[in-house]
Design a protein around this ligand. Sequence first.
Ligand code: GLU
Length: 371
Amino acid sequence: MLNLEDHSRIVVKIGSALLVEEGHLKRDWLNFLADDLCRLTKRGTEVIVVSSGAIALGRGVLGLPKGVLKLEESQGAAAVGQIELAEAYQKIFAHRGMTTGQVLLTLRDTEQRRRYLNARATVSTLLKLGAVPVINENDTVATTEIRYGDNDRLAARVATMVSADCLVLLSDIDGLYTAPPAENPLAEHIPVVERITREIESMAGAVGSELSRGGMKTKIEAGKIATNAGTAMVIASGKRLHPLTNIAQGGRCTWFKAHSTSATARKTWIAGQLKPTGQVTIDAGAEKALRKGKSLLPAGVTDVSGRFQRGDTVCIVDASGREIGRGLVAYDCDDAVRLVGHRSREIESILGYSSRAEMIHRDDMVLGDDD
Ligand code: GLU
């Protein structure tokens, strides 16, 4: 289904470079986008906006110099810019009879299960009440280790959180090319990506523009989160006016097809975690057992690294370091280290208390493709 208008719940991510020029909000552009969003909602489509721009706007208001900001400067700029941004959305949507609700999220709100469920409930309630959620990262309190830093992956997490069927990333480029077009004039545009393979990943360059943090690399990462959870993704240029109408009319963009998924919502959440806090290395026998649907026992673990607590997400890797899957670990890292290679019946004598026989239970585990 590669028609925008066939989708019923769409997350639209708007990059800073589209919204802000020389520290000022591009109100005209936003008005055209609001027309598009309004048209979609009139058709019965639910829309959620993930908008960047707080830092870029705030730095304009505060007169901060060009170039990379210190963390505390971007936090301050976000505090100033976010009010402007929210006010602009509120006014522009109200003008079209639409209500908006601001939701500011941090990485922890999506990575901790309880907070995630809470955020999901809030966004769902706004939709039910007919308000358009306008979401950004809460950059005023996000510090380096606990921040998304780019709204591409935040938007993908939001899209999977609310089970959107489509995620649109509006950016300053009209899709994915075989190589970054700025570096390679022969690069060809790719209209449809069936699956994000390593080859597709290698087509994205590394850098973003001065205003937008992401660049193509984080867009592809966003695509992995979205498509694996059953959400299609589109990368399209927002430079033209009415960018959503343009996509709906078959304008140039790149579609990333969604994969149908039978995974439970909980497993989808585990798979989409951005920052697993640790890693367990397993032997070939354990990998075979996991592929047959078994749980991971301490006996099959050859190494444990990282600082994590019981219930945190860890990566499961093979002897070569390749990620096989992810899961919620049943032990704190200090205890997990002590159990490496031991039989489950030894757990009580090693730790001094009896606990789960599995290091990671199969219900708490998601495995990647065996390619
Ligand atoms: N959250 C940041 C802001 O509003 C933008 C991050 C990004 O550029 O993706 O300024």
